[in-house]
Design a protein around this ligand. Structure first.
Ligand SMILES: Nc1ncnc2c1ncn2[C@@H]1O[C@H](COP(=O)(O)OP(=O)(O)O)[C@@H](O)[C@H]1O
Ligand SMILES: [Mg+2]
Length: 165
């Protein structure tokens, strides 16, 4: 997929990788990597999905992905940026958050820790995995994109997918 532009070193794509060809519209917006931008990013997605049954789940997923970009990547450093891409089709919404990378890779909490269920932290991506039809990430130390496809289709509870292609 062609890279359209580059803002602060973040690749901005014409169409998020892996978005189905029938997807009708796409938007992207750059945010500063400050905690007060998380509600703005959620609002951005909620507004663009107004009237869609996918809106509330997409908003919740956006909140988790954005919070991770700010907390766990160089997007959260002074002057840092992240990008939210939203692709909307008739039956699917794909949220992609592009960050400025760093040493860690996104990872689901270890099953044992998740099962203990005693800590507040470490549940964001588990929640994303539970809400999304597919989710995954790609990228490197320089920039990663974490994305999730939200559909109205019912899912088996607890199904976790890993979307890398
Ligand atoms: N965009 C990201 N880039 C790098 N690492 C990430 C990113 N998102 C999540 N992670 C890593 O995956 C872990 C799990 O994320 P998450 O389930 O949201 O839990 P939490 O944010 O509470 O630690 C994080 O602790 C972090 O190490
Ligand atoms: Mg998190």
């Amino acid at each position: 997929m062609a890279v359209m532009d580059n803002i602060g070193g973040l690749p901005i794509r014409m169409r998020a990788r892996g978005v189905p060809a029938h997807v009708a519209c796409g938007w992207c917006r750059v945010f500063q990597g400050c905690p007060d931008q998380a509600p703005q990013a959620r609002r951005f997605v909620r507004y663009l999905l107004a009237g869609s049954p996918l809106a509330s789940v997409a908003e919740a997923v956006t909140g988790e992905l954005v919070s991770n970009a700010i907390l766990h990547t160089r997007s959260g450093l002074p002057g840092g940026l992240f990008v939210v891409n939203l692709a909307r089709g008739r039956h699917v919404a794909v949220v992609s958050v592009v960050d400025q990378g760093g040493p860690a890779d996104p990872a689901l909490a270890a099953a044992a820790a998740a099962a203990r269920d005693t800590v507040e932290a470490g549940r964001g991506l588990i929640t994303v995995a539970a809400l999304a039809a597919r989710w995954g990430w790609y990228g490197t130390y320089a920039s990663r994109t974490v994305r999730a496809a939200i559909t109205a289709a019912a899912r088996e509870p607890g199904t976790i997918t890993d979307w890398k292609d």
